[in-house]
Every structure is written in C-alpha cells, then in structure tokens.
Design a protein around this ligand. Structure first.
Ligand code: IMP
Ligand code: MG
Length: 199
C-alpha cells in the first residue's frame, strides 16, 4: 500500500480520536471564525486582483515571518503571474517594544515592485515600520497585502492595499496566526478561548 492510501485509510479513525473542530488535541476552539474553505475563497479573490494589477510587472513578494507563512504559500499559488519571493523575519511591536528585525531579506529591492505580505494588521505599527524601512531602499513601488484587518485597533494612519477579512477586536489564532508561538498550524482561523489565553 502506498503512503497516501495508508493515511487515507486511517483518516476516519483519526477524525474519531481528534474531531476536526478540536484539531489541536484537548482544545475546543468552537466554531471557526473563518473555515479553510472561506479562507481559500478569499485568497482566490485577492489572487485575481493581484494577478491583474501586476500583469505587466516583475513582482517581488516579501513575506513577513512567521505569521504570513501559510497565507503567502496559498496566495502565491493562486496567482496567474510568475513572481519571485523573499522573506523578512521580525517580531511585531508589543506595547512600547519596537519592531525587531531578526533576519532581513536577501534581495536588493531598488527599482523593484514589492508586495509585502503579512498575516494581520492590528495597530498598524509593524507594517508602518516595515514600510518605512523598505521605502528607504527605493523600490519602484511598495504595496501591502494582509489576510486580516482589525481596522478599529489602528494606532497609526495606515491601510493595506489588499485586505482579506475585516475582523472585530478579538484575538485570533490559526492559519499562521499565533498566541505565544502556538496554534499557527490550526487549519482554520478561530477566536482564542479566554482560558487558553491565560494558560
Ligand atoms: P500591529 O503592529 O499591532 O499591527 O501588529 C501586527 C502583529 O501583531 C501581527 O503580525 C501579529 O503577529 C500580531 N497580532 C495582532 N493581532 C493578532 C491576533 O489577533 N492574533 C495573532 N496575532 C496577532
Ligand atoms: Mg505574531
């Protein structure tokens, strides 16, 4: 039996032991805020717009790690244009802590069309910082694409050029988004239950 069919054979048993709504063992996330199907539909909408807008350009996509990992990977595969990619690994701003660059991108972006990809825009401080840093390097253009937008939490006047879902002021995890670096691999987006937040 090949590996795929072996794992297919075990799937029903797996769903009994770990029901899908309780994908992280022992944690009940309740109803997803966005299911993986809803996320994929939204990504296809964004991907169509980006493909049209950059049809005549040579786009360099820059993902902000770690949160943008799954979003970027699905978004790029929904594009109808060939792009190049790079990454910036940074910590987001927290209270008075500034944004810290853990690993900068490798490419020289002077004169290039850049699309920065982030999981969520909250206060806006992280993206604002990254935008200023990249604009200093004189790209031809710089736009921002986020999957989630907590618009009411904004502390700096900034908007994403492409935003998937606008969400209320709730702490969400899954599909790349973390709480203390956990739950990123949840396949959908859910509000983090209060009891897990205090744990
Ligand atoms: P900002 O600088 O306040 O816009 O924060 C952006 C960063 O904060 C994101 O890249 C996330 O890492 C993190 N963040 C903000 N809200 C959430 C959330 O609801 N869940 C998980 N991470 C979040
Ligand atoms: Mg984060």
């Amino acid at each position: 039996m090949r590996n795929e069919s072996l794992s297919e054979a075990f799937r029903p048993a797996l769903n009994v032991i770990f029901p899908l709504e309780e994908t992280m063992v022992g944690i009940d996330f309740g109803k997803p805020l966005f299911t993986s199907e809803e996320i994929q539909r939204k990504i296809h909408e964004l991907g169509s717009r980006i493909s049209l807008d950059y049809a005549e350009k040579d786009l360099l996509v820059v993902g902000v790690l770690k949160g943008a990992l799954f979003f970027m990977s699905d978004l790029l595969r929904s594009l109808r244009i060939s792009v190049r990619m790079d990454f910036i690994h940074c910590t987001s701003s927290k209270g008075s802590h500034p944004v810290q660059i853990i690993a900068d991108m490798k490419e020289d972006i002077r004169g290039k069309d850049i699309l920065l990809i982030e999981d969520i825009m909250d206060s806006g401080v992280t993206i604002d910082h990254l935008k200023k840093m990249l604009l200093d390097r004189n790209p031809a253009s710089l736009k921002v694409c986020v999957l989630l937008d907590k618009a009411e939490r904004r502390k700096v006047p900034i908007e994403a050029d492409y935003a998937g879902f606008r969400i209320p002021n709730k702490y969400v995890v899954g599909y790349g988004l973390d709480y203390k670096d956990r739950y990123r691999n949840l396949p959908y987006i859910a509000v983090l239950p209060m009891e897990e937040r205090q744990a």
